[in-house]
Each structure stands twice: as structure tokens, then as C-alpha cells.
Design a protein around this ligand. Structure first.
Ligand code: SF4
Length: 338
């Protein structure tokens, strides 16, 4: 590991000032991803600004039904909070499907939003070709073992052979937040702003090293959840190689608001298949106003993966995603969790 300076911040303004003024400085939350990447020689911060002692650890509900989650709330506390379990079981289920109890006890809401990919070639510096790690160097995964890689959103021009990066976003929490239409609140040297979750993570395009709309000196302060619509009918379905402590090959966050058997509104997001939590406006549109039937769910599934580009080892993800979408929507309609 490379040497670095450590500084504990006591106020958000102090943390932001230090990161803005210090080349190579980064915020340190739970550190469950960043410290690993420092050990792998992938991340080389000059200074770590510890934000664990800032007052971003509350979960609050407003009279209009919105719920605000502080960026420093640990994943375990978020998943097990009564308001989240009751009003947003989709989020609770997604978080509890990820990592291990020990990691969830450390990982924070803000840090989970910024999790970096688990692409083998990104995490192993022996592979010099990685556009995310070394912009312009190439992509080892394109012709490598790309079983875990993306099938959607990988290149701006839709040509799979010229994609710059086919890495997936590894988070489960982010998939649920996408389906729930969350908003990320941030603070920087120029003040505060809000970013819709759907706009927070970026597609790789020609700059796969830029993963989010967050500027390097901006600090995530909270995540806002709109009033709950899917408390009775939601499901987080995660398909992976083993039942625990594994990343998703495909995951589905499905939320339905039903009036009898008619779908009033829907949230549908996929994990494990794209560089960001993948939401299909077309699939959601096909669900709204339609009967909650298997036929409707198949139609939505086809639309959700339309335009998928596959590689040597990950073509199976197309059918797996479609099957998983139908199953997650069916379970959500039945009010049964996966
Ligand atoms: Fe790097 Fe992305 Fe290619 Fe993985 S998929 S090797 S992260 S450029």
C-alpha cells in the first residue's frame, strides 16, 4: 500500500475544503471498497478525509411521505430500520442480499452509491489494458473472460466491438434505489445540489473512468426516497453463482402499485447487466395500465433487455434477465418476497 495522510473531519465544510484543496484527496466512509482498492494498488489517494464523525447518520420521515437517509447511515442500520422495512421493503431486501453482515455493518449509504466495479481486470494491475484504470489503454475484458460483464449500456454507438468498457455496477442497493426513484443530495465548495438517481451513475461512453455525476470535491450528504408506492408489492430477486457473499449475475428490483389487478405504477431496475442500475422506461410504460399477468410481464421483460449486446461468455444473461424479470414481477404482484 502507498503512504497517505489521514485527517478526521468534524464538519462537512471542513471535509469538502480539504478534499477540494488537496490534490488526490478522497473522502473515507466505511472504506469497505476504497481500502481494498488501495491494497490492490488501484486507488492511490494522497489524503483520506475521514467523514465518519459527521452528523449524516439519521433516517427521517417528512409529513409528505418522503424519507431521507443520511449518507453515513450504515447498510445494516438502513436495511433493518422500521420505516424502511415497512415502507420500502424492496430496499431492505436488496441491501440484505449483498456482501456479508460484517461488511454491511461498516458500509455506508453514500459509499455504496460509489462502489466501483468488480471487473477482474480492473482489480488486477497485472492487466495493463483497462480504460477505467488507465484511460486510453484498452479493455482486457472485451476478449477476455467476460462472464460477469455488461450486456446493456456499454457503448455509445451500440457497437459491442468498439465498447470502451463493459464493466457492471456491483451494488444491490443502487438497483433498488433506481426502482424507487431516489434522489441523491450532495454538497460541494459551490453549495448544495440534488441529482436524480437515474442520472447519478454515468454510462462509460468514451470516459469509463468517470463513473458518476458527482464532482471529486462533492460530498454525498443524503438520499431521499419519495413517498412509498410499492410497500405491498415489491421484490428484489438476485441471481448469483452462490447463495451468499457473491455479486449478482442478474438482479431485478421490481415494484408495483396495483388497483385490483391493474398496474397503476411500476418501478423496474436491473443489476449485474449494465454499468449503472438499468431502468427501462419502455418496460415500465408497458406495465402501467396493463393487467398484472405473466403475459404483461413477458412483454416488459422483452423491452427491458432490447438492444442487449453480448460477448463470448455472457450471452446467457439475456435469457436469465428476462426470466428473472418475469419472476420478480410475478412475486411482486403476489406480494411475495424472493
Ligand atoms: Fe477495465 Fe472496464 Fe474493460 Fe473491465 S470492462 S477491463 S473495468 S475497461
Amino acid at each position: 500500500m502507498n503512504p497517505f495522510h489521514y485527517q478526521r473531519a468534524t464538519a462537512p465544510e471542513e471535509a469538502i475544503h480539504v478534499v477540494a484543496a488537496t490534490r488526490g484527496a478522497k473522502f473515507l466512509g466505511g472504506g469497505t471498497n476504497l481500502i481494498d482498492l488501495m491494497k490492490y494498488d488501484v486507488e492511490h489517494p494522497t489524503t483520506l478525509v475521514d467523514i465518519n464523525h459527521l452528523s449524516f447518520t439519521q433516517i427521517t420521515s417528512a409529513s409528505d411521505g418522503t424519507t431521507t437517509v443520511g449518507a453515513g447511515v450504515r447498510n445494516s442500520d438502513l436495511a433493518n430500520h422500521q420505516t424502511i422495512r415497512t415502507n420500502y421493503p424492496l430496499l431492505s431486501q436488496a441491501i440484505l442480499s449483498g456482501a456479508s453482515a460484517q461488511l454491511r455493518n461498516m458500509a455506508t449509504t453514500g459509499g455504496n452509491l460509489l462502489q466501483r466495479t468488480r471487473c477482474y481486470y480492473f482489480n488486477d494491475t497485472a492487466y495493463t489494458e483497462c480504460n477505467k484504470r488507465n484511460p486510453g489503454s484498452g479493455c482486457s475484458a472485451l476478449k477476455g473472460f467476460n462472464r460477469i460483464h455488461a450486456i446493456l449500456g456499454t457503448s455509445a454507438d451500440g457497437d459491442s466491438d468498439t465498447a470502451n468498457c463493459i464493466a457492471t455496477n456491483p451494488s444491490d442497493m443502487n438497483v433498488a434505489l433506481a426502482a424507487l426513484n431516489a434522489t441523491v443530495h450532495v454538497q460541494g465548495p459551490k453549495g448544495k445540489r440534488s441529482i436524480a438517481l437515474r442520472d447519478f451513475h454515468l454510462l462509460p461512453g468514451t470516459t469509463p473512468h468517470i463513473e458518476t455525476a458527482l464532482k471529486p470535491d462533492e460530498l454525498i450528504t443524503s438520499v431521499e426516497l419519495p413517498p412509498s408506492r410499492f410497500a405491498k408489492h415489491s421484490c428484489y430477486l438476485k441471481v448469483r453463482d452462490r447463495q451468499s457473499y457473491a455479486f449478482a449475475l442478474v438482479s431485478v428490483a421490481a415494484g408495483l402499485e396495483l388497483d385490483g389487478s391493474t398496474i397503476q405504477s411500476a418501478g423496474l431496475a436491473l443489476g449485474g447487466v449494465a454499468p449503472k442500475p438499468w431502468r427501462s422506461a419502455e418496460a415500465e410504460k408497458a406495465l402501467v395500465g396493463a393487467p398484472a399477468t405473466v403475459e404483461t410481464f413477458h412483454k416488459a421483460a422483452d423491452l427491458a433487455v432490447a438492444g442487449a449486446k453480448t460477448y463470448q461468455y455472457n450471452a446467457f444473461k439475456v435469457e436469465l434477465a428476462k426470466t428473472s424479470i418475469v419472476r420478480a414481477l410475478t412475486l411482486a404482484a403476489q406480494g411475495v418476497q424472493a
